[in-house]
Write a protein that binds this ligand. Sequence first.
Ligand SMILES: [Zn+2]
Length: 230
Amino acid sequence: MKEIRIYPKLELLNTWAIDRTRFSPDATKPPLCLRCGQPLAPVLAQNALSRHADVYICDACGTDEALCDAIGFPKRFILWDAVENQRLKAPADDDAWLLKPLCSFDQIYLDATEDQMGRKSPRTELAYSRSDYDGRKWWTTWFTVYEELKTPERVAEIDQFMDALFALPEMASLNTMRRMCRIYAEPTADPTECNLYCDTERFHVWLRLITRKRDYNLYVHFYVKESEEK
Ligand SMILES: [Zn+2]
């Protein structure tokens, strides 16, 4: 089964696994803190274990992380020094679909037109789903946007994507989703809403995540890629 991963979780772990080998036991040339870019202390125990990933960060970052968490605004991974400065080492042989907090396909919204329901949608939108978490499980309703875009292969990929998405531990409940939003997702003006994006073989996917209780909590929009269009 195809997997979905949230960027840059595995990249951080992989980079740390390599950095950690320099502590043997103490580092003569310590690696840079993944969070701020300053050198770590040469003695591993003088650094701090991050609360958000199983990686060591410098002592100053450990303190800062505790403060940021206390006010509910952790430093998003996308702003970590190793991510911003592209120091991450990607895992080898990885063909998972990556959820990212950056949209690579905003141009598709420029040619939005009114669909059957009078809703403005990019003309490449095949369908979207709307889900809510009732405290025990997810409930999903589907809306077809442009019926003529449907093919068996595309529908199969959408099913695969949704199965992989709900298999993520971060989607186990509204609480885990909320934690994921704070550290991985793209924020919006509304603190209870955020975005994630994904490029699959056939689609650009936009996930709108809403962390309010007793509301719709997730919309997933599927836009057929240009290279896929008939
Ligand atoms: Zn640091």
